[in-house]
Design a binder for this molecule. Structure first.
Ligand SMILES: Nc1ncnc2c1ncn2[C@@H]1O[C@H](COP(=O)(O)OP(=O)(O)O)[C@@H](O)[C@H]1O
Ligand SMILES: [Mg+2]
Length: 464
């Protein structure tokens, strides 16, 4: 057996995600069955079956990964679930397929040109799946030794001894590694692997040589052979990054830090060209494949004629993602021109699109969506209250009714109620105006609003 050597294993910080309740957080997918038919209520989705089915077909197309540069338009009235369907598609795609979501108006508010903003959005939606070899350490734990600092404060340090049938090595442990070892409950006799790049520890099982040591081990204990050969091994791993991430890392001195700050600025054309040819090279060598993802542009009528012409062109590239757009506009002026067009989209672009339309909901569907939202927000609501809220949803808008759930629940809690009842709904209905009552109010009291604003000047005018 070789003499033990001492090495340092790199550590990285963990990132945790915070889940919050948003407008579409109840959507977990498109709710389709294997034949791509929409189940009436599934994965948080209700009704709108035709559109969901169509979205499912597009989804299959995306999953095949072969088709690039197709574009889809979801068109329909406000609040008919256009954004919800796009979010459902994103959920169904999983994390390995890039999905970027922007609103048409964002293009104009970024500190860069419109076409740069669109180019970045496009490249964020194209994945490059890269195969890479990484180094792992695999062995049987001989001993873990953890030293607490004498003062009682400060970082713990320690040593980990690992062996294979042929060698033994002692590794220095930092705070993070000690934590992961403790979390995984690693002890002498376990066979583990450590990813050298990330410091991630995986327990493979217990060594056969320890099988007789403990009678008290559970039946689920898995026994494995002590590994042979070297402690360090190479393993192939696959990971997906987006073209945009590669652009950013290569475009600035601060490199990948710009990814976190979002301060990427404009990326030079030459950088992108170099990256494109590098990626093409990797593809030929079999080191990488392209994963066309999805770019979702909501409120697409906010784009102007230059953006539309850019889209037309960009869709023709073989590294284009699937473009999904949504709009609630009918025949309207194309921004930046005097011409009218369906959905405010130029005819030549419209001609390339697959159009999915959404239709207004029936009472029953509104009720189901509201029920799902109540569950999502952890709100108990009486049956009568739900009926009243559904009526409100029918007569005003689905969004307004959804908003009332949270507010009515607050009112109900304030009066120490156990569930939201009809009075709570009435209360918030009178507190918060929906769009049509608000318009009505403005019309009726227009005089007063004007008078208030001009109050000082008006009285000054009278005296002069
Ligand atoms: N079919 C549906 N199933 C479940 N929730 C829906 C459905 N349609 C709409 N919603 C929810 O209703 C609200 C309004 O829908 P949204 O998708 O924003 O409408 P649009 O984008 O068409 O204006 C959102 O909170 C959305 O998640
Ligand atoms: Mg929307």
């Amino acid at each position: 057996m070789a003499a033990p050597t001492v090495e340092k294993v790199q550590e990285i910080r963990e990132v945790t995600r915070i889940e919050r309740i948003g407008a579409h957080s109840h959507i977990r997918g498109l709710g389709l069955d294997d034949a791509l038919d929409a189940r009436n209520v599934s994965q948080g989705m209700v009704g709108q079956t035709e559109a969901r089915r169509a979205a499912g077909v597009i989804l299959e197309m995306i999953k095949e990964g072969k088709i690039a540069g197709r574009a889809v338009l979801i068109a329909g009235h406000p609040g008919t679930g256009k954004t919800a369907i796009a979010m459902g598609m994103a959920q169904a795609l999983g994390t390995d397929t890039p999905f970027t979501s922007i609103a048409g108006s964002e293009i104009f508010s970024l500190e860069m040109s419109k076409t740069e903003a669109l180019t970045q959005a496009f490249r964020k939606s194209i994945g490059v799946r890269i195969k890479e070899e990484t180094e792992i350490i695999e062995g049987e734990v001989v001993e873990i030794q953890i030293d607490r600092p004498a003062t009682g404060t400060g970082a713990k340090v320690g040593k980990l001894t690992l062996k294979t049938t042929e060698m033994e090595t002692i590794y220095d442990l930092g705070q993070k590694m000690i934590e992961s070892l403790t979390k995984e409950k690693v002890q002498a006799g376990d066979i583990i692997t450590i990813d050298k790049a990330t410091g991630k520890i995986t327990k493979l099982g217990r060594s056969f040589t320890r099988a007789r040591d403990y009678d008290a081990m559970g039946a689920q204990t898995k026994f494995v052979q002590c590994p042979e050969g070297e402690l360090q091994k190479r393993k192939e791993v696959v990971h997906t990054v987006t073209l945009h991430e590669i652009d950013v890392i290569n475009s600035r001195t601060q490199g990948f830090l710009a990814l976190f700050s979002g301060d990427t600025g404009e990326i030079k054309g030459e950088v992108r060209e170099q990256i494109n040819s590098k990626v093409a090279e990797w593809r030929e060598e079999g080191k990488a494949e392209i994963v066309p993802g999805v770019l979702f542009i909501d409120e697409v009528h906010m784009l102007d004629i230059e953006c539309f012409s850019f889209l037309n062109r960009a869709l023709e590239s073989d590294m284009a993602p699937i473009l999904i757009m949504a709009t609630n506009r009918g025949i309207t002026r194309i921004r930046g021109t005097q011409y009218q067009s369906p959905h405010g989209i130029p005819i030549d672009l419209l001609d390339r699109l697959l159009i999915i339309s959404t239709t207004p909901y029936q009472e029953k569907e509104i009720k189901q969506i509201l029920t799902i939202r109540c569950e999502e927000e952890d709100v108990e609501m009486s049956d009568e209250a739900l009926i009243v809220l559904t009526r409100i949803g029918m007569e005003t808008s689905l969004r307004y009714a959804i908003q009332l759930i949270t507010t009515a629940n607050l009112v109900s809690r304030k009066r120490k109620g156990t569930e939201v009842d009809v009075d709570d709904i009435k209360r918030v209905y009178s507190l918060f105006l929906d769009e049509s009552r608000s318009t009505q109010f403005l019309k009726e009291y227009q005089q007063e609003f004007m008078f208030n604003e001009l109050g000082v000047d008006a009285s000054a005018m009278e005296t002069s």
